[in-house]
Design a protein around this ligand. Structure first.
Ligand code: SAM
Length: 459
């Protein structure tokens, strides 16, 4: 891979020529493959080596065809680049216990959001925002697979979230950047690289942080990250946030054996992952704590009355067989769909409704209730909010892949009607068993598009 000479000169000036040569050699080697397993689903995927900074992260010896693994579709694991899993260690360090509100501002496709949701493990709340609509739909799919009810997905500009009122204990900004750390994984990033683009990105990052900081509570943490190496977008920007926005840099204790480079700025500390020093891609992260208030008030100050209307008893009766709803609020959204959120999130969700923040989903979308007939949504099947008493059929791998391709015609089950299709004990979606055939309720947009191998039994 030919990298721009100017990139080499700049990185050599930053880390020294010998180190820069080692970095270039590492970029020539194949990227490691890593996954983060979802602790609340069953998993067959296994790796021999753990990612040192994330207890659920594993390196795989080779890259399987993930599409041909039903567990992948069930949200049993997320394919995530190893360096960025350091977010787990950071969250454990700054907010042990985790019953807090987290905003992931630049969230698609969902690596940090699914990690934060797994780390929250149903407590507190996560708002995952993505400004680009098409990317927000991918984010939605990746989040719904994981099945957590305490997640809201929004699709708005940072300035709108900053202005709208809700405030958070932690704001994660995994900023759009020049992508130097992705040269190995995504060679296209090389063709977009230029010094001018580095400068443009650094300016955009400043503006994103300025827009979103009103949404961070006093005493709350900003986790700022990029997948690039240059100081302009990294430590210089972190220093700028500290001096301009009333923030203080925070130190994150790391094990030296992890090989992460510590960069001391004027006011902040940065942590840089170089592929020649760690088993992962290039990544930078810095943690800052907000020490000055800037006029916003937290969720706690919102009116107590709710704009969310919970369902009448008759409708709740229809939903009873479908939901595990202890500690949950069930309501009908303006989209006409039934949503399930933890009771503890009611005020926050309500305040976002009132502020008219555009939400792609709030909690688990359970389904649609028309004249006492309930049609379940795919999200419910993959969630932890679905009743465990629903009829279920355990498919073998061939049947599971045919279901996911929407080519399964019948099932080996005597129970007629709504049934959860399951593989390895993980729900894949709903089907309706009509006896001599089935209706498959997997949404078309989530079906497997690739051709299945002729001998799928050999997989
Ligand atoms: N956090 C994601 C993950 O771990 O999967 C990756 C995020 S990616 C590095 C940066 C994201 O920021 C992209 O999804 C991009 O669409 C979004 N973005 C681009 N311009 C933005 C802006 N001006 N404000 C907020 N987000 C923006």
């Amino acid at each position: 891979m030919k990298l721009p000479d100017l990139f080499f000169d700049r990185i050599a000036a930053q880390i020294g020529t010998d180190e820069a040569r080692l970095l270039l050699k590492a970029i020539e080697r194949p990227s490691p493959v890593s996954v983060r397993i979802n602790p609340v689903k069953n998993n067959c995927i296994s790796g021999n080596f753990q990612v040192p900074w994330c207890k659920y992260g594993y390196y795989l010896d080779e890259r399987p065809v993930f599409t041909l693994d039903p567990d992948f579709h069930a949200g049993a694991y997320y394919v995530q680049e190893a360096s960025s899993m350091v977010l787990w260690h950071i969250l454990e360090t700054i907010a042990p216990g985790g019953n807090i509100s987290v905003l992931d501002l630049c969230a698609a496709p969902g690596g940090k959001s699914t990690l934060a949701a797994a780390w929250l493990s149903g407590k507190g709340m996560l708002v995952a925002n993505e400004v680009v609509k098409t990317r927000a739909n991918v984010l939605k799919y990746n989040i719904l697979k994981e099945g957590h009810a305490n997640v809201i997905i929004t699709c708005v500009q940072p300035s709108e979230l900053g202005r709208s009122g809700p405030t958070f204990d932690i704001v994660i900004v995994d900023a759009p950047c020049s992508g130097e750390g992705m040269f190995r994984k995504d060679p296209e990033a090389v063709s977009h690289w230029s010094v001018q683009n580095v400068e443009t990105c650094a300016v955009r990052q400043k503006s994103i942080i300025a827009d979103i900081l009103p949404a961070l509570k006093e005493g709350g943490f900003l986790i700022y990250s990029t997948c690039t190496y240059n100081h302009e977008e990294n430590i210089n920007n972190a220093d700028y946030f500290a001096s301009e926005f009333g923030m203080e840099g925070r130190h994150i204790p790391l094990d030296e054996s992890w090989g992460i480079s510590v960069i001391e700025g004027k006011k902040t500390t940065g942590y840089q992952f170089f592929p020649h020093r760690v088993r992962g891609e290039g990544f930078f992260v810095s943690v800052l704590q907000k020490t000055e208030v800037n006029g916003t008030k937290g969720f706690g100050s919102k009116p107590k009355t709710s704009g969310i209307s919970t369902l009448p008893p008759k409708s709740m009766e229809c939903l009873k067989p479908w939901l595990k709803n202890e500690g949950m609020v069930v309501f009908e959204g303006s989209d006409g769909l039934i949503h399930v959120i933890p009771e503890a999130m009611l005020t926050q969700v309500d305040s976002m409704f009132k502020a008219k923040v555009y939400m792609l989903s709030a909690g688990i979308t359970a389904g649609k209730l028309t004249k006492d007939v309930f049609i379940p949504d795919h999200s419910l099947a993959l969630s932890h909010s679905m009743s465990t008493l629903l009829p279920r059929v355990e498919l073998d791998k061939t049947e599971a892949l045919l279901y996911l391709k929407k080519q399964l015609n019948t099932i080996r089950s005597g129970t007629k009607g709504w049934t959860v299709a399951s593989y390895n004990g993980n729900a894949l979606g709903f089907l309706k068993n009509l006896g001599d055939r089935i209706n498959n309720y997997l949404p078309n947009e989530y079906r497997i598009l690739m051709d299945l191998p002729t001998d799928i039994t050999a997989l």
